[in-house]
Design a protein around this ligand. Structure first.
Ligand SMILES: Cc1cc2nc3c(=O)[nH]c(=O)nc-3n(C[C@H](O)[C@H](O)[C@H](O)COP(=O)(O)OP(=O)(O)OC[C@H]3O[C@@H](n4cnc5c(N)ncnc54)[C@H](O)[C@@H]3O)c2cc1C
Length: 267
């Protein structure tokens, strides 16, 4: 991909319709929405997703582009603001105008779930959502011999997208923690990338801990790496700390993104 960032091609909020939903595995629901106006760039391309609050039949979407949308959003009376959450393009098919979004369906002990997980469970064809492309976060900035990807189930779409976009001769290791064996997904992985699934134990309630333990135990090449670490916030920060402090990886060779925080709703 070279060493240039991939910014969104057309950073407007798109109003799109839900086309269908499918439970692809015990903990993942795939929601397919219209993709008209969305320019695919591969890798972990991510976007803001605007979802109606209960009782809202009219989605009030920001009209401003780039980062200005947020000021406009905050200026909207709270009761009229849509929910905003962050998701990854699992697949984009411009030929049919479709964008797949894989939602991890997490449930609270009292049977409730966050707005995005609830949307995935209840969305019907024809429901409208807003999509604001944010570009690609995977961004190596230096020559490297191999790639390291570490994530929990929320980063499975990102790992699938990155693996699909890497060149055939890419070398690397990908550690992906999932709640259940049945949540494993098939996707194209370059022959030189070692994809290691880590299935969380039934007594482990905090996602990310098993992936972090697998990273700490891994025998990894000593050649220059680009590391992309994402998922539950303690996984992303813990993995970075381990690489920088214990394995002496230069910090500028590591990108880490807390996708969500255990016990905290997305602000
Ligand atoms: C760049 C980026 C890309 C992302 N891509 C994806 C993606 O493709 N698929 C995906 O599923 N998620 C993805 N996420 C994570 C997703 O945005 C969060 O999980 C989000 O908080 C879900 O919103 P919600 O409304 O369901 O729950 P919230 O209202 O945000 O949270 C409600 C409660 O649920 C908990 N919670 C949130 N997410 C999880 C989870 N996954 N497992 C267990 N508990 C959880 C919170 O800690 C909180 O206690 C991505 C995040 C980022 C920043």
């Amino acid at each position: 991909m070279g060493y240039k960032p991939r910014k969104p091609v057309d950073p407007r909020v798109l109003l799109v319709e839900v086309l269908r939903t499918e439970r692809v595995s015990p903990n993942v629901i795939r929601v397919t929405v219209g993709a008209e106006g969305f320019t695919p760039q591969g890798y972990d391309q991510w976007f803001r997703l605007f979802l109606p609050r209960q009782g809202q039949d009219h989605l009030r979407l920001p009209t401003r582009t780039s980062s200005l949308w947020y000021a406009q959003y905050l200026a909207t009376p709270k009761a009229q603001r849509p929910w905003v959450r962050t998701y990854t393009a699992r697949a984009v098919r411009p030929e049919t105008g479709e964008l797949d979004i894989d939602f991890v369906v997490h449930m609270e002990p009292d049977g409730t779930s966050g707005p995005a997980a609830t949307f995935a469970r209840t969305a019907r064809p024809g429901a409208r959502v807003g999509v604001l492309d944010q570009g690609v976060a995977y961004h190596p900035r230096h020559p490297h011999a191999w790639t390291l990807l570490v994530t929990d189930e929320t980063g499975m779409p990102a790992v699938a997208g990155i693996c699909a976009s890497l060149p055939d001769d890419a070398q690397g290791v990908a550690i992906v923690e999932i709640p259940a064996e049945a949540d494993r997904q098939d996707f194209r992985v370059p022959a030189g990338v070692d994809l290691r699934w880590v299935v969380r134990g039934p007594d482990e309630h905090v996602p990310g801990r098993a992936a972090l333990a697998a990273l700490r135990a891994a025998d990894l090449p000593a050649t220059p790496v680009y590391a992309f670490l994402a998922g539950e916030s303690s996984l992303a920060t813990g993995a970075r700390r381990h690489l920088v402090e214990d394995r002496k990886v230069p910090r500028q060779h590591v990108d880490f993104i807390g996708y969500w925080r255990h016990g905290h709703a997305q602000p």
